[in-house]
Design a protein around this ligand. Structure first.
Ligand code: PGA
Length: 253
């Protein structure tokens, strides 16, 4: 089953206008220079940069995504952004349920599910994040935690066309620590089994499962050559054109 790898940059709360545009232009130029890359590219800047990054990406095969969305289309939700608004400024994707949002904003899997339903209705593809804490890993609960997050966060009618999963062990994010390749493959294979139970085998076999957490040019190949790893969600290293592109190139894109 050929799944096109997705190389996704999660810029988090980084970038003022000038640096964001420069970064996007750099990525766009490199992706254009690749001709027909084997992978799909995605960048997810903060809300404030979406419109300018969209312009900077013009003509390059790099999709635009946001890092969160509300579950309503509009209304009295001060400070929130709806999926329709994201679609309106040219987003194709939205990241949902990142561990930083689960931790900083108390987002539950139920809430992530509601947001994903709304995002799909608005025509956005979702990147739904899951992953265990260090304490959960140390007590042998990794697969159990990830399975529950999948069951809770992924809408029942999700398909491989509108949903991407990102497995990001919380303790590996921004720390320079990573699980072993064996550990990553074990979780991804288990996640695919849970997806098969929830969404059917056809969807599960086609759905992309990204690995995220301290992905760098030096370790990308090891993770992205695993059978059930279909790309990467990259934080820190997505803020430098050279590192982001090296991850892609080292992963056979
Ligand atoms: P990192 O972040 O690459 O900086 O570890 C990954 C993420 O949180 O998506």
């Amino acid at each position: 089953m050929a799944r096109k790898k997705l190389i996704a940059g999660n810029w988090k709360m980084n970038g003022l206008l000038a640096d964001g545009v420069e970064l996007a232009k750099g990525v766009a130029a490199e992706v254009k220079a690749m001709g027909k890359p084997e992978c799909e590219f995605l960048v997810c800047p903060p809300f404030t940069l979406l419109t300018s990054v969209k312009k900077a990406l013009r003509g390059a095969k790099v999709a635009l995504g946001a890092q969160d969305a509300h579950f309503n289309t509009k209304g009295a939700h001060t400070g929130d952004i709806s999926p329709e608004m994201l679609k309106d400024v040219g987003c194709q994707y939205v990241i949902l349920g990142h561990s930083e949002r689960r931790a900083d904003h108390g987002e539950s899997s139920e809430l992530v599910n509601k947001k994903a339903v709304a995002a799909h209705q608005a025509g956005l593809k979702t990147v739904i994040c899951i992953g265990e804490t260090l304490a959960e890993r140390d007590s042998g609960k990794t697969i159990d935690v990830c399975s529950k997050q999948i069951m809770g966060s992924v809408p029942d009618d999700s398909t491989a066309a509108d949903t991407v999963i990102a497995y990001e062990p919380v303790w590996a994010i921004g720390t320079g620590k990573t699980p072993t390749a064996n550990d990553v493959e074990e979780v991804h294979a288990a996640v695919r089994k849970v997806l098969a139970k929830k969404l059917g085998k056809g969807n599960a076999n086609k759905m992309r499962i990204l690995y995220g957490g301290s992905v760098k040019p030096g370790n990308a190949k090891e993770f992205l050559s695993l059978p059930d790893v279909d790309g990467a969600l990259i934080g820190g290293a997505s803020l430098k054109v050279a590192d982001f592109m090296a991850i892609a190139k080292n992963s056979g894109c």
